[in-house]
Design a protein around this ligand. Structure first.
Ligand SMILES: Nc1nc2c(ncn2[C@@H]2O[C@H](COP(=O)(O)OP(=O)(O)OP(=O)(O)O)[C@@H](O)[C@H]2O)c(=O)[nH]1
Ligand SMILES: [Mg+2]
Length: 195
């Protein structure tokens, strides 16, 4: 699937700011700094569309990217960032949870995890919610360029074990540096929006 017109349609700090049309949406969730915003940039082949940072806690609003008026990709704040005030953390958690629980346009949710690390309890909690809510349970394991290829299975196993995943076809190993698997994810997204 090729993309022509991509725009940041809406930045929402409140529910009242969510787009009101009926386009379907695919959301990306995960810990702060896992690479959600970077994924959106590389996936859409637009370098600085979504703001990214080497420091966690960059995305603080819900950002809706409109693709050819056909569907939207949704970038959310991350969770699990320890060095942020309780008030700020509560605000982000509310934004994330409200969106995930109430958004009728939401068609699929991808959970991003850093391939180097064992998923956290918060990741597990999020993944269980994703499955219970009837979403497929796709995982994007980011930063593949940071491990040696020989260790791939070990890292995949670590993710599968922690998140109780049996089908490793649900895991897309990914790198924004090399674009590894970007075409496969593109095809999957196309299937989702046409389903
Ligand atoms: N090497 C490498 N770095 C990556 C990859 N994906 C993201 N990064 C880096 O990880 C850092 C965090 O990326 P972001 O996209 O801002 O992460 P985020 O999940 O949006 O973070 P929050 O907005 O804070 O929740 C940045 O320095 C990115 O360049 C990847 O696949 N490989
Ligand atoms: Mg971000």
């Amino acid at each position: 699937m090729k993309f022509k017109e991509i725009k940041l349609q809406q930045v929402a700090g409140f529910k009242s700011q969510w787009p009101k049309d009926e386009l379907c949406e695919i959301a990306f969730v995960g810990r702060s700094n896992v690479g959600k915003s970077t994924f959106i940039n590389t996936f859409l082949n637009r370098k600085n569309l979504a703001k990214t940072s080497s420091k966690p806690g960059k995305t603080r609003t819900i950002n809706f990217y409109n693709i050819d008026n056909k569907f939207r990709l949704v970038d959310l704040p991350g969770y699990g960032y320890a060095k942020v005030s309780k008030a700020e953390k509560d605000k982000w958690d509310k934004l994330i949870n409200e969106y995930l629980h109430l958004r009728e346009n939401l068609k699929e949710v991808f959970l991003l995890v850093d391939i180097r690390h064992e998923p956290t309890d918060l990741d597990l909690q999020m993944y269980e919610w994703i499955i219970e809510s009837g979403f497929t349970g796709f995982i994007i394991a980011t930063k593949y360029d940071k491990i040696s290829k020989g260790n791939l299975q070990k890292h995949k196993n670590q993710i599968m074990k922690k998140l109780n995943i049996e089908d490793d076809g649900l895991i897309f190993v990914y790198s924004s540096e090399t674009g590894h698997n970007i075409d496969v994810i593109n095809e999957q997204v196309e299937v989702i929006i046409n389903s």
